[in-house]
Design a protein around this ligand. Structure first.
Ligand code: ADP
Ligand code: MG
Length: 259
């Protein structure tokens, strides 16, 4: 089943200067896709379009479908776009937890789409939701920190909290935008282990943008490479050529990467 369908998508912020060009991509349920490409190649913009934070250009026959529902076409969001937030979990480079709130409360925010809004607004989370949030924290080994303010946690711990939040949300699709870019190597490993584990165990479809090709190569079964807003490679990490890497990262980096 195709859970993400991107057809003929362009995105410009300035007239006639598209930062994404002719993007066509079908992603199947349970895939773990590594989105790579140099800075400015359009990775975040693509993820933001899928998350419904940006609108595609009004190009004939262009569309985005998430879980079989049309969320954007021909330059407009559809009525399904808002609903799609319920099942799309987003993870950012900067963790995006509310620092003054306890970690558990941050994770419960992931459940807000699932309970009557007045309860959530008043901070009355039903017991079942608290249990779900604690279970999510348990999965990322963060349950001991449930009652600590998010701002007192390390970057790696906050990112694991952000993963717990998308778990509590019961996301069917996770979009992670450079989730390890601000982390040290050990914390990066832990965060990537959790994402891979969620992908394998829950069959959650994951697109993760990564700065480092080595990480994408070892953690993702499919690589999509962007350069100047165009897809220049889509396939398994094994088949990417040295020319592709030179094209993406320049000669010296490619030599080191193509071992
Ligand atoms: N809100 C915006 N307004 C104007 N230009 C933007 C905006 N967001 C991104 N861009 C431009 O789009 C291009 C792609 O950016 P981005 O998607 O952030 O790339 P990446 O995540 O691969 O580094 C860049 O040239 C960037 O300057
Ligand atoms: Mg980016």
């Amino acid at each position: 089943m195709c859970v993400i369908k991107i057809k003929n998508v362009y995105k410009s912020f300035k007239k006639d200067k598209p930062v994404l060009k002719n993007i066509n991509l079908n992603i199947e349920k349970g895939e773990m896709v590594g989105l790579i490409g140099p800075s400015g190649s359009g990775k975040s913009t693509l993820l933001r379009l899928l998350g419904g934070f940006e609108v595609i250009d009004p190009v004939t026959d262009s569309e985005i479908e998430m879980l079989g529902q049309l969320t954007q076409n021909n330059g407009k969001k559809t009525s399904c776009c808002r609903q799609s937030h319920q099942y799309i979990g987003i993870i950012f480079q900067q963790f995006n937890l509310v620092g003054r709130l306890r970690l558990l409360t941050n994770v419960l925010i992931g459940r807000l789409g699932k309970i009557p809004s007045w309860k959530g607004t008043l901070g009355f989370f039903p017991k079942e939701d608290k249990i779900k949030a604690l279970e999510a924290l348990e999965r990322v080994n963060m349950v001991d920190f449930a009652f600590q303010r998010a701002s007192t946690l390390s970057g790696g711990q906050q990112q694991r909290g952000a993963i717990a939040r998308v778990l509590a949300q019961e996301s069917k699709i996770i979009l992670a935008d450079e989730p390890i870019a601000s982390l040290d190597p050990a914390s990066s490993d832990r965060v990537m282990n959790h994402l891979v584990n969620i992908n394998r165990t829950d069959k959650t479809t994951i697109i993760v943008s990564l700065h480092q090709f080595e990480v994408a190569k070892t953690r993702c079964e499919r690589i999509v490479a962007l350069k100047d807003g165009e897809i220049i490679y889509d396939g398994s990490p094994q088949n990417i050529s040295k020319e592709d890497l030179i094209n993406l990262y320049g000669v010296e980096s490619a030599d080191a990467l193509y071992a």
